[in-house]
Design a protein around this ligand. Sequence first.
Ligand SMILES: [Mn+2]
Length: 332
Amino acid sequence: MERTINQSLDLFTYIDKIDVIGDIHGCYHTLVDLLHVLGYKCVSGIWQHPHRIAVFIGDYIDRGIYIPQVLDLIKKMVDNQHAIALLGNHEMNLVGIYSTGIDGQPLRSHKKIGQHHVTIKSMDKRDLLHWLEWFKQLPFFLDLGKVRFVHAAWRDDYIDLIKREYPTNSLKDNLSVAFDKHTKIGQAIRYILKGPELVLPPEVIKILDKKHSEYNLHEARIRWWDKIPVNPTYRQATLLAEVDKKVEQDIKKLYKPYPEDAPILFFGHYSMTKYPHLLRHNVQCVDFGVYKKNYLAAYRYNGEDTLTQENIVFVPYNKQDVVIPSLRQSHV
Ligand SMILES: [Mn+2]
């Protein structure tokens, strides 16, 4: 298929030729390994595949140190119609740190800057501001009818709201309200980029404190793609695999399960540490924790109605990718 330069990518032409690539987090060498395995080549400085396009699922920055290299590679692919790059929560968070609301306060508290120290150290201020402008243009989600893509979680009501209130499908439309947790639209954007979470009671935080020094100890991510039983334990309802206590609160209010008969959905964000595996016939996570020295994964989508394990492609973390732990965040 001929591609016309300077014309936006016609996604529907590629609906059966899409490689969905998981969270990269500055792991440039592992990304190059994965692109090689997927049959992409670097031609005149631009990574590309003769017949396919890539969808990057967000979270390009933080953790691994090769952030400018990752951003440069992806933006060149996007600019030349070889890829689409979605917005991840890490990019949105960084935009919030460096933007101010009408009250003159940053849209995201500087107390949460610890997550970004690797990114901030990796480039000068001028480049940082350039990349922040690019992040503001990245789409929140992609909806191609039979297949959908989002960084963390999908809910039809929230997506419909974002479609109505953010016509360009990006932060450009309204930066400050996107960070306002007190508005419905702010909650919708937070949900699709961070996924539903539940606030942990002190007795559960106590159990975690020993092992999870680097992580957010106050909230747990809900397994919205799973069939969560009635009266679940934390292990069943969240990513806290080591907690067998029952969840006391009503989590049904916090999320909507993704229906069995809904279109195929790809997401990232959950840095799963197991061997890359199929989640469900219509739902697949492509984030298998490269920054935890696990795998960088992709799903090679060929237009099928039912997802299959064979189309999950992955490479192990490449040791050249130095990963630095986040500074412990303080919570406000
Ligand atoms: Mn994420």
